[in-house]
Design a protein around this ligand. Sequence first.
Ligand code: PLP
Length: 677
Amino acid sequence: MSKHRIGELNQFAQHNPVLPTGEGNKSQEAEPSPGWSIEDSEELYRIKGWGDPYFSINAAGHVTVSPKGDRGGSLDLFELVNALRLRNLGLPLLIRFSDILEDRIERLNAAFAKAIARYNYCGVYKGVFPVKCNQQRHLVEDLVKFGKPFKFGLEAGSKPELMIALASLDTPDALLICNGYKDREYIETAILAQRLNRTAIIVLEQLEEVELAIAASHKLGINPILGIRAKLSTRGVGRWGTSAGDRAKFGLTIPEILDVVEHLRAANLLDSLQLLHYHIGSQIPDITVIKDAITEASRIYVELSRLGAKMGYLDVGGGLGVDYDGSKTNFYASKNYNIQNYANDIVAELKDVCTEARLKMPTLISESGRAIAAHQSVLIFDVLGSSEVPALAIEPLQEEEPLLIRNLYDTYQSINDDNYQECYHDATQFKERAISLFNLGYLSLKERARAERLYWGCCHQILPIVRRQEYVPDDLEDLEKIMASIYYVNLSVFQSAPDSWAIDQLFPIMPIHRLDEEPTQRATLADLTCDSDGKIDQFIDLRDVKHILELHSLQPETSSPILSPSLKSLSAQSYYLGMFLGGAYQEIMGNLHNLFGDANAVHIQLTPTGYQIEHVVKGDTMTEVLGYVQYDSEDLIESIRRQTEWALQSQQITLTESQLLLQNYERSLSSYTYLSS
Ligand SMILES: *Cc1c(COP(=O)(O)O)cnc(C)c1O
C-alpha cells in the first residue's frame, strides 16, 4: 500500500463518526438475502471443518463461540465485540477464551487416558506445554491452573523461558522439561530446582552440555535428571520437515548418543539418564510420519535401557497438528488424524516395543504447543474501506477511433457463453498492445484510457460467465484474482499474523456477522503497513488454497467526498472480520513493522449467566513503540513545542493552529497505534 493511500485512510477514519455499537443492537443488522442461508455460509467458510466444536454460526448470522466445546454455554461473538468496544477497547482486538484452553488440555489428556486404557499401557501420560508457543503470563498461569488435575507441566526452550517455567509451575509431580541451548548457569539452575521439589529434566541437545552437566552435578553434589534429544532419521514433512534428520539443528546422532552414555558411565552418572526426547517438527500433517517416529524412538529407548541407563520417560515432542483448513487431509494446513488417533498410535507402538523387550513402560510425555494454544484466541479487526475494479460506463464507438479501439470494442460487444475464453485472450492482448502503442507515441492518453476501460468492461462481462462454469480453464483462473476487490483492514499482518507473511501459513478468516446475507464481493486483504507484503491473498479452501475471500459489500454504498469514488465508506456499520486459530506462535513472532504495536487483548471466561472479562491487556501506545526505538515522548513533544513556538514567532502559524497541533501530537502519543473508527 502506498503512503498516499494511508493518508487517505487516515483522513477517512477521522471524518467518520464513532459507530453506535451496543450489545444486541438490532438496528445494525442487515436484511437476510433471499436464497442465502447460514448453512451456505457454514459451507463457504468451512467453519465446521476447522471450528468444531468451538465456533459456529447462529440464526442471527453471527459467529458464536462455545468455549467449553460440547459441554454447553456459548457467546455471540459479534455482540461480544460490540460490548468490548463500548468498554473502550479498540480494534484490532485479540479475544482469548480461557475455557477453550482448558478444554484443549482436557481433550489431550483424555485422549491419552483413553489410549492408555484401551491398550493396557502400564504407565502414565504427563504432558508439558512448550512455553515458546505462547509465553503471555495470563495464558501460562491459566495453563498451569487448568493442567493441575493432569499433572501437566511446562517445557522451556531457552533461559528466559526457564525463568518463566521455574517460577510459574507449582503443580506437585508435574514435569519441567529443559530444552534448548544451555550454559552452566542454565544447568545449575535446573539442577537446583530439585531442591524446590521440581522434577526438572535437563535434555542434552549438544555434546558440550554433557560435560557441563557432569561438572555442575559434582559441584552441587546433586544428581541431575538427564534426557537425550535424539536426531531421528524419521523426517517430518512440510514446513518443519528439516527439524529431524542427520543434519538437523538439534539433537544427537546415534554415535553421539553412545558417546554420552559412556561419558556418563565414566562419571558414575548413568543412573541420571532417564529420558529420551525427540521432536521432528511442528504441524505434522501425516500420521504415518508420527508412527514412524515413535517406532524408531521406542527402539532407541529400549537400547538405552539395555546399555544401563535408568530410563523412565519417553518424550515425543510436539508436532500434533491443527486443522487450519478443516479438510482433514495431509495438506500442510491440515492433518489427516485427530488427537485420539495420535494418542492411540503412540501408546500402542510404545507398548508393543516395550513388551517385546520385556521393559517397564515409560512415563509418556508430549510437548504439544500448537494443538493446545491455537484455538483459544480470535483476532477481530475491522475493514476501513475497499477498492474495487471500477465498472465504468462504455461509450459507443466513434467513427474516427483507432483500429485497436475498434477491435476491443467489437470484442466487448461480442462476448457470450460460447466465446468468452477467446474474448478474454483477445481483450488481454489488445490491452497490452494499447500500452505498447501508447509508449511508442501512437495512442494518446485519452485513447489509452478508452482501451483500458474497454478491457475492464470485457472482464466485467466475462467473470459472471466464468463463475457459472463447472470447470474453469487454467488461463481464466486468474480473472477472479485480477477482478478481486481490495479490502483495507485495520491490522498489521507483521504484528498479528506473522506466519501468514513469513511462511504462507493459512488461518481461517471470515466475517463474524452478516452470515445470513450472501457475500457478493471477492476480495484480498491489505493491511495498514506501507509494505506490499502486508496483505493476505491466500485463504483456506477444501482443495488447495483460494486466492480470494468472499466478503460482503460495505454498506451503505455511499462515497465520501475526500475519497476516490472506488474507496467506499462504511459510515453506518462496521464490518468485522475474525482471524481464527492464531493462538500459537503469532503473538511473540509479531514485529513492529511501521511501528504498529501489540493489539489490545482481553481474556474472557464463561460464567453461568454469561461471561466475565478476566484481564484486559492494553495494546501498545505510540509512546511505548517509540520507546522501543529509543524515542522519548517528552523529548518529542518538546521538539514540536519549540518548532511551533518558532513558527508562531515568525507568524507562520496561528495560536489556535499551534494549540491543535500540539494537542493532537500529545494525544496521539498516548493512544493506540491502529486507526480508530
Ligand atoms: C516448538 C517445539 C514444540 C512445540 O511443537 P508444536 O508442534 O507446536 O506442538 C515442542 N517441543 C520442542 C522441542 C519444540 O522446539
